[in-house]
Design a binder for this molecule. Sequence first.
Ligand SMILES: [Mg+2]
Length: 322
Amino acid sequence: MDLSLTIKSFSFKLQNSLKTSQGAIKKKEGWLIKLETKAGKVGWGEISPINYEELKKCESILKALGKTFARETLEKNLPLFPGSLGFGLGAALAEIDSLIDFKDNKSEFADEETAFLLPTDGSIISELESKLHCFSNSSKEITIKWKVSILPNKTEKELLNQILYLLPINGHLRIDANAGWSRNQANDWVNYLKGEKRLEWIEQPLASNDIAGLTELATKVPIALDESLIDYPELRKTWKSWQIRKPSLEGDPRILLNELKNKVGFRTISTAFETGIGKRWIEYLATLQRQGPTPKAPGLGRGWCPNCELFSSNPELVWRSA
Ligand SMILES: [Mg+2]
């Protein structure tokens, strides 16, 4: 089957800069793609790398692909492409094959059903307080995600005590170190938090390649892998505790789609800040996650992307506004 490919570039700034222990994310850029069969079936995709090297790699592969190619060639090469490119092309192929029907996806997530990402600047506690105020009349349980290893350790330990003091008994806390801790530091936090019922998990406390260290920590508290799953995709098959799955970065989404359709647990869905075209997938997969054996609030990054047509759920509108 021959396919034709049309590409459009996009870029946008996040509403706030997101600090992590590995640097700040201020904007996203990449390409929207429209893949079309000779019979006129259309699939949309988004290629939105998180780092510059991958962006450049995707650019040269896209150029080499050309405007028309055989599907067989694409399928053969897809697993070798960078994760963000694999996502965009795999998503478009899945849509062409009607593996997903976005019209099925009627269960929109209310804001209270998604994890609330605390700001990464000085307003952490006041933002938490105002969020808790919004939840005070809701029957929903609040899930907080907090990025650490940004401020001095002592300051963050003090913040932890304040957060634990404020968080209600049925609240949930996710702590994300973005691979920023040493083993000593991680052990210190893990020992402090051991037995804390509101801790859902600590995300990527150690470097992505320190699998022995991560495995050891996971004997004490739930440890969720994020960066490790991107750098070492084979861990997606073997890591038994939580997996933070970022579909738009991890490659062909048909693999995760199958896992979730087959009710594999301990996967949770997280955004890497997509346009409306990528966002349809994130929300679709998050809905499937919620119907699985271990439902969890997805990290959809609500409020971080601008409010305009580029984030519409209608791909035609997203395409037009790019
Ligand atoms: Mg993370």
